[in-house]
Design a protein around this ligand. Structure first.
Ligand code: ADP
Ligand code: MG
Length: 764
């Protein structure tokens, strides 16, 4: 009798252990053979080797170049190398992207459409067939006791294929089944021939990698046969997976219910008999969870250390004395929203602490981030520190300047605009004011972080629309002062999981409330045939004294053909469609003075229609504009469309956004645009965008510093990410420098995974 204890372990009585020939402390390997549990004591040769030596041997093994793997010749090594697989470890992490259930041989009559199955039968006929349309294909008909199925090849060499497929032969076939009318078909199946008198079961048993199990299907097999790769992988996994050691703290692995890393790898490549292929494909399997957790854990451990490093450094402890903030609130014609007040309180708390602030403020378009930034800036100014506000484009910097300097003039705070288009004497003067500290708030583009710019006493750096700058710029801005506070603002709602991976070292504040009195923008997708109606809408609104935007995509500001299309469109609208209306054009290649002049006249209602490229995407604020027509809406990302749309609906009037497309969208394309019709919630749009485009495209991977995951998928594995983050932050909380002896391994592994990247934060 064996008892399962309450913690789910099997209790084996001492006399039974003795009978097995095992001693206490020995490892016993359980295996199921013919339905019986067989227990074998394992003699561990590693016991003699000190574990650190064993570890370094394992490490070396994992770094073995692929060409030394059995079955990998120079040619295969080259193919793999091109796919980024140069070591054994790379190969181990080349995971199957799906699995085929080949546990059973299915009778032909029971084959299910869409599934890849294994079946057997006899070739009844094999010949070239010509269709009425003159196309030729090679067709084979196969029969078992239950029915028939047809195989087809559309690209084939008749001489070769006829030698392989001959009537009367028996084989085991594998392929994805399709159904056309009453006929079941498989296109170019795999075959394993049975010789005369061969027993089906015996043949299958001879090839345990490909039959009688759930088999892996690998990605990246272009120029490489699936079977070949599967065989190589089998060898790699058997020989090298045991060398992979978990570096996770054992208590974390235990509380998360993780498998040893080596086992998890073995399992995802060659899952055991009772696995549910769908579950493992969807990443719901414990093995997958183990690998994903491991990957996320080290990412978040790095984030935790970075964040900890920042917060432990000495910083400026500002005091909140209301010299400017109170008067500003009095000047405003409105009260702060609840969300603005809450976020501001979070920022103030950080600013008062004697450590550098490192906070990300997320707020949908129009949620009033500029004001929050200004309030924070004034706290720094009250403490006789300077503030730098960095925006991604000149237009946005200029607009921030106009907005902020309007209030600051009344408060008696000096604001300076610093962009790269400032030239000569004007620029020198501006820089001198920054260096001498006369400029209390400096607003600009990346010009602000250029080497020559010196601040007298920078206390706070604010980065607007962070994801366009990236981590490096943040670092450079910090260097302009002595551990200044950093506030990052983004209007691109970033799904929480993505924010945790990209901005995981920042604290997060969310402005999740719009100022009152806004009516949601009504959005419609319109095809080309409704163009005249769309023009009618613009005309109507203008007749009511409102203004309109017509946005043209300019994929690349330097792309001449796009620019031409945009300017031609403007001319066409001005001359042929709205000759009686006042029309302006705005694009990225105009001189800053020109752009500003156009913007100013649009703001001043001297223009009815503004034809613009995406340069107006961020920040532009003209409450009287109530219509936005976006041409070629299908070319924009959803988040970008959301940003653009945020330019209307800023007043109390009802606003409209019309997404023009030339028609004939792909199913995905249509689905994307319909999301815009159905919601104005930036977070939902961001989630949808992320789902459709994938994380790399969503942020522009490299720039944003988004790590490349080997196993994890942040869309699918968001929950595991949350768990991993919690555990990683807890470890750093307990042992901030990972100095404790049980964390030696952890620290080494962290350094290996992060490479030089932690250095930026001064950690590794
Ligand atoms: P965004 O978050 O997109 O940068 P802005 O800061 O440009 O938003 O604010 C959008 C508009 O809302 C501006 O005209 C601003 O003056 C106004 N605004 C900001 N806060 C409030 C508020 N609490 N109540 C009313 N209007 C506000
Ligand atoms: Mg803004």
């Amino acid at each position: 009798m064996l008892r399962v204890s309450t913690d789910n372990t099997l209790i084996i009585p001492a006399e039974l252990v003795a009978k097995l020939g095992a001693r206490p402390g020995d490892v016993i390997s359980p295996e199921v053979e013919e339905g019986k549990l067989v227990l074998t004591p394992v003699v561990e040769p590693e016991k003699q080797t000190p574990s650190s030596v064993q570890e370094s041997i394992n490490r070396k093994n994992l770094e073995t170049p692929v060409q030394f793997i059995k079955g990998v010749g120079p040619k295969l090594a080259e193919i793999l190398g091109k796919k980024g697989i140069s070591t054994v470890e790379d190969a181990l992490y080349l995971l199957p992207n799906r699995y085929e259930d080949r546990r059973q041989v299915v009778p032909i009559a029971k084959l299910r459409t869409g599934e890849t199955s294994v079946f057997q039968g006899e070739v009844v006929s094999a010949d070239v067939v010509a269709t009425k349309g003159g196309r030729r294909f090679f067709e084979v008909v196969v029969r078992d006791g239950s029915g028939t199925i047809s195989f087809k090849w559309f690209n084939f060499n008749p001489a070769i294929i006829k030698k392989v497929w001959k009537p009367g032969q028996r084989g085991i076939f594998t392929g994805q089944v399709a159904q056309y009318g009453f006929q079941k078909e498989v296109h170019h199946p795999d075959v394993e021939w049975l010789a005369e008198g061969d027993d089906l079961a015996a043949v299958m048993a001879r090839d345990p990698v490909n039959f009688g199990r759930v088999v892996p299907v690998y990605p990246l097999t272009e120029g490489l046969h699936q079977k070949t790769l599967r065989k190589v992988m089998r060898g790699v996994v058997e020989r090298f997976a045991p060398c992979v050691e978990s570096a996770l703290p054992p208590e974390v692995a235990k509380s998360q219910g993780l498998m040893p890393l080596a086992e998890a790898l073995q399992w995802v490549h060659f899952p055991g008999g009772d696995v549910e292929p769908k579950g493992i494909e969807e990443g719901k399997d414990p093995a997958h969870r183990t690998l994903v957790f491991d990957e996320f854990f080290f990412l978040e451990l790095g984030m935790a250390l970075k964040k900890r490093g920042v917060t432990l450094e000495p910083g400026i402890a500002f005091s909140v004395n209301h010299t400017y903030t109170k008067p500003l609130l009095k000047l405003l014609p409105f009260a702060l929203t609840g969300a603005q007040r809450r976020v501001l309180a979070e920022i103030k708390e950080d600013m008062m602490a004697p450590h550098p602030m490192h906070r990300l403020v997320q707020g949908d378009v129009g949620s009033g981030k500029t004001l929050v930034a200004l309030m924070a800036a004034l706290v720094a100014v009250e403490n006789s520190y300077q503030v730098a506000i960095m925006a991604p484009t000149e237009i946005l910097a200029e607009q921030h300047y106009l907005n902020i300097h309007r209030w600051c003039d009344e408060l008696g705070v000096a604001v300076v605009l610093l962009t790269s288009s400032l030239k000569g004497k004007v620029k020198k003067e501006a820089m001198a004011r920054v260096a001498q500290g006369d400029a209390q708030i400096v607003i600009g583009t990346h010009a602000v972080i250029q080497e020559k710019v010196e601040f007298q006493r920078l206390g706070l750096g604010i980065v607007d629309e962070q994801h366009r700058f990236g981590v490096i710029q943040r670092g450079l801005l910090r260097k302009k002062g002595e551990n200044p506070d950093i506030l990052v603002m983004t209007a691109t709602p970033i799904p929480r999981t993505l924010a945790m991976t990209v901005f995981g070292d920042l604290s997060l504040s969310v402005i999740d409330e719009l100022p009152p009195g806004r009516t949601p923008v009504e959005t419609r997708v319109c095809y080309e045939n409704r163009r005249q109606q769309v023009y009618g809408i613009i005309r109507e609104e203008v007749a009511k004294g409102r203004q309109a935007y017509v946005i043209y995509p300019l994929v690349d500001e330097s792309e001449k053909s796009d620019l031409k299309a945009a300017t031609q469109m403007a001319e066409h609208l001005a001359n042929d469609v709205f000759p009686d209306l006042r029309l302006g054009i705005l694009h990225g290649r105009m001189k800053p003075e020109e752009k500003e002049a156009v913007m100013r006249s649009f703001k001043g209602r001297e223009l009815d229609i503004l034809v613009a490229t995406t340069v107006i995407e961020v920040g532009i604020d003209v409450p009287n504009a109530t219509v936005m027509v976006i041409e070629h809406a299908e070319r924009f990302g959803l988040s970008q469309l959301h940003q653009l749309r945020g330019r209307v609906g800023r007043g109390s009037e009802k606003s409209r956004c019309i997404l023009m497309t030339p028609g004939k969208l792909t199913e995905d394309g249509e689905k994307r645009l319909r999301v815009m019709e159905s919601t104005t919630d930036g977070f939902r749009i961001a989630e949808a965008d992320l789902e459709i485009r994938g994380p790399g495209d969503f942020l522009g991977t490299r720039q944003a510093g988004l790590p490349d995951f080997r196993v994890a998928n942040i869309l699918r594995d968001g929950r595991i990410l949350e768990e991993a983050r919690k555990e990683a932050f807890a470890v750093v909380e307990r042992d901030p420098d990972l100095k404790q002896s049980e964390h030696v391994k952890l620290r080494a592994e962290l350094a290996r995974r992060w490479g030089g990247r932690l250095e930026l934060a001064g950690i590794a």
